[in-house]
Every structure is written in C-alpha cells, then in structure tokens.
Design a protein around this ligand. Structure first.
Ligand SMILES: *Cc1c(COP(=O)(O)O)cnc(C)c1O
Ligand SMILES: [Zn+2]
Length: 458
C-alpha cells in the first residue's frame, strides 16, 4: 500500500522546486537552498488517524519484513518510494522507553522517561536515518545509477551506521573521521564493517568540507544530514515515543544537538502526526548543547535573531563537537514552532550528570549527559515543572565511550571533578578482608542503601 503514496525533495528556500528522491542531489539546482523531503499529505490525510495508529501498532516489533522495524513500520510516512526488495534494514527502532523513577525523583521530577535510542544495532540513534538513506541508494543502484559508494564525515556514530548498513547491502562505504577525535569503539566499528576509514588531521567541520568536495566531483553519494533522507528516518523518534505512550504526547522532549538534524527531525515528526490528526498538541522541545560547541545556544540567547558559527572546542561529548551545524536554520525554525528552549552544559556538568544518573541504573554516553545536565538546570530554573512528562532522548549507548566512563571513575578527565566516582576495590583473596570492606562500604553509604547518608552528594 505504500505504493499509493509519494514523497519528493523540495527546496525550502522559497523557490519550491521539486526533485525525485532517486536523484543524486543535496541542494536546489535553481537557488542552492536546502532540500527537504515532502510527502503527499493530501493523499495521506484521506485515511483517518485511527487507521494509521492501528496499522502502526499492528506492525510494531513484529516479524513481517520490513515492517517490524521501527522505521519501516511507518514506511508510508517515511519513504514510500523505496521498493521493499531494496530496503536495507537491521530492525532499527523499537528501543525501550522507560520510567526513570529514581533519578527523576532525585532531581525533582515525577514523570521522567528515558528513550534509550542507543540500544540499536550500531549503538546510536543514527541507525534510524541511515536505513532510509542506504535503502534509497540501493534502489538507485538497482535502477542503474552509477553510484560507486557512499561517503560521510562523522564524529563517530554516523560512520558506524553508514558502515554497517553498507556492509549489510554490499555497497562500498567511505568514512571521513577527524583523527583522534572519536572513541576507540567508534573507530573500530567502520574498520570491522570493512569501510574505507580515512583518519584525517582536522576536525569534523574540516572533514565535512572535504567529503562534500569528494562527493560533488565524483559518483559518490553523500550521507551527511544535509541529505534530508536521513531526517525522514530520524523523524520516527517522535512517532515511536508517542506510540509507546499509547499515542499520547509528552510535555517536553530533551535531546542533545550538534549538527541539529535530530532536533529538526523530532519536530518534523510531531508536525506530521499533527497534520494527520494522530496527535492534537505539541511537546516543548529542548535542545542541549555542550558549552564548548554551542552556536545554537548563543543564537538562542539573542532570540535567534543572529547566528554565528563557532570554532568547536574539544569536548567529552565528541559526537556533538560541531561549530557550524548544517541544519542550523531548520532547527531554529522548529524550535520557534515548538516553544523551544536551548540549554548548555560544561564538561563538569555533563560528566557528573551522566554519572549521577548511572547510579540509578542508567548507563549514559556523554551526549546523554549533556541532555541530563541541561534538564537538571532547567528544573532548577523552574522552566521545567515537577509534574511534567519529560522524555530525554538517550542518543548512544554508554558502552561506545569506554574512555569517558573509565576516565570519569578514575578521576582523570580534564576539567571534571568526579563527584560520583566508584573505583574498583583491590583486596586480597581472604574472607575477613573482603567482609570488612563490604561492611565499611555499607557504613559509608556507598550502596545507596540508606539514601540519608548521601546528603553530602550535590
Ligand atoms: C549525532 C549525535 C547527536 C546529535 O545529533 P545531531 O543531529 O547532529 O544534532 C547526539 N548524540 C549522539 C550520540 C550522536 O551520535
Ligand atoms: Zn530552490
């Protein structure tokens, strides 16, 4: 039935020019503007909201290929143009959304939820968009378009996703990584998936310029988020959250932002659901930035009237170490529509927020730490109210960042005072010694058995 629906690229810079999704194009040929995927909403609106919610619920996390995927289960709203035989899916989406009761109470919230998007095939939410992009590429190749491979610049997660989806479909992948600026796990992922992995002596913004030039001059397809196909997949984050709440919209969604494709996508997902009558209100969106890479935050402070790129400084939140985000203007548009808030977090704040939440059973990557730190600040400031239903998007799995986790607990991170560090206790293999250390630890309250003993913790 997806064949009944249509989507296309459309210029968003005012000229409205349209292009087919299977064209190799990233910006408008007439005016150079950014392209966005647009759907035939009139056709989609012919169906009642209940038709969509029942269809999506019937498919959700089942085995009928490819609809059990959280992304392709909503194919009609994502990318109806791809034929099923060209879909490259690793069953993305369907990540758990859980009530972080204990951590929420600790920071003064009754209804805090974590959307664990990092529980994904490559360990980050980038899989959601990459399945769409690589599927469209596979379709183009099947139609005889001479694409030699797909390339991206990455701060580590996009390249891991690209490498995996390309490997799953036999398409060559080329990844441009800033040398020594991604974690060991993130470097190993494209290597393992046999991508050509270029380690370049520059930062992300430098890699971005190079990959754009390489793709513009050769038959290599560009997988960065100025390519709006990925946004269509990332958009399912807001749809899936709403579905997991039985089609109720939360009050606030918090997400860390770097290139700002995801904050844009989340907004677009809610907009589309509203247009179809699936939801009747919007949440407030919060974009959280690292203080060391905060061009959106700076613009927010000026009421979005001005925007200036910054030189991104080294931050533990390496996946959002971006000084000149590609999607800045669409993100600003979305934030204005969603009564948006931008907050920032220092290195000390993000690392301690991540570790503090880990103590209640989470296992956060540094970017989720940025989101949690921003949340804590906004609750303190009264911007977020205690009774509101909040969803924090956890964007990557903590296990992708072992240097961050180990460094924190060993107290070796620059600019971070590890207030929640927990070190291994070295003991001799002897009953009495072990018993003594266990009881000492319980007395100190390190196991949180008696929360009152933890009052010294900020
Ligand atoms: C990509 C990424 C982000 C930020 O998403 P943008 O669309 O670039 O703003 C945040 N966290 C992680 C782990 C990421 O990989
Ligand atoms: Zn145009």
């Amino acid at each position: 039935m997806a064949a009944d629906y249509k989507a296309w690229f459309q210029c968003t810079s005012g000229c409205d020019e349209r292009y087919e999704l299977n064209q190799i194009i990233y910006s408008c040929r007439k005016c150079g503007g950014l392209l966005e995927v647009r759907h035939d909403m009139d056709e989609l609106r012919k169906k009642k909201p209940a038709f969509w919610t029942e269809l999506f619920d019937k498919r959700y996390m089942r085995t009928e290929w490819p609809y059990g995927s959280g992304v392709w289960g909503k194919k009609e709203l994502v990318c109806p143009n791809v034929r099923n035989e060209n879909i490259v899916s690793l069953y993305e989406g369907g990540s758990n959304l859980f009530w972080a009761k204990r951590f929420g109470e600790e920071i003064g919230l009754k209804d805090l939820w974590i959307k664990q998007c990092g529980n994904a095939h490559t360990g980050s939410f980038k899989d959601l968009g990459m399945t769409v992009l690589v599927s469209v590429v596979k379709q183009m190749i099947s139609e005889g378009k001479g694409i030699l491979g797909v390339a991206c610049a990455s701060t580590g997660d996009t390249s891991a996703a690209l490498a995996a989806y390309c490997a799953a479909s036999g398409i060559p992948a080329i990844v441009f990584l800033p040398k020594n600026k991604v974690s060991t796990s993130q470097l190993v992922q494209p290597l393992a998936n046999n991508a050509l992995t270029l380690s370049i002596d520059t930062d992300f913004d430098g890699c971005m310029k190079l990959v754009q030039e390489v793709c513009a001059k050769n038959n290599i397809y560009l997988a960065n988020s100025m390519n709006s196909l990925r946004i269509e997949g990332q958009k399912t984050i807001s749809m899936e959250i709403t579905q997991q709440f039985d089609w109720e919209v939360p009050d606030v969604v918090v997400v860390p932002g770097g290139n700002l494709g995801n904050i844009t996508a989340i907004g677009l997902g809610f907009l589309m659901m509203k247009e179809l009558g699936i939801v009747n209100r919007f949440p407030r969106l919060v974009c959280a930035q690292a203080q060391r890479a905060n061009p959106l935050y700076r613009s927010y402070l000026k009421g979005f009237k001005e925007y200036e790129p910054v030189k991104a400084q080294k931050t533990l939140a390496s996946a959002i170490q971006i000084g000149d985000p590609v999607s800045i203007h669409r993100a600003i548009r979305i934030l204005k529509t969603f009564n948006g808030v931008v907050e920032q977090a220092t290195e000390d704040e993000l690392a301690n927020a991540a570790a503090r939440a880990d103590r209640s059973g989470l296992f956060n990557c540094p970017h989720t730490g940025v989101a949690l730190a921003a949340l804590i600040k906004l609750v303190k400031a009264g911007t977020i109210k205690p009774h509101e239903k909040i969803v924090v998007i956890s964007t990557a799995h903590g296990l992708k960042f072992p240097e961050f986790k180990v460094g924190y607990h060993m107290g070796t991170l620059d600019g971070v005072e590890s207030r929640y560090a927990n070190r291994p206790v070295e003991v001799v293999a002897d009953y009495e010694t072990i018993k003594t250390s266990i009881f000492k630890a319980i007395e100190r309250g390190c196991y949180d058995l008696q929360p009152s003993k933890n009052k010294d913790l900020p």
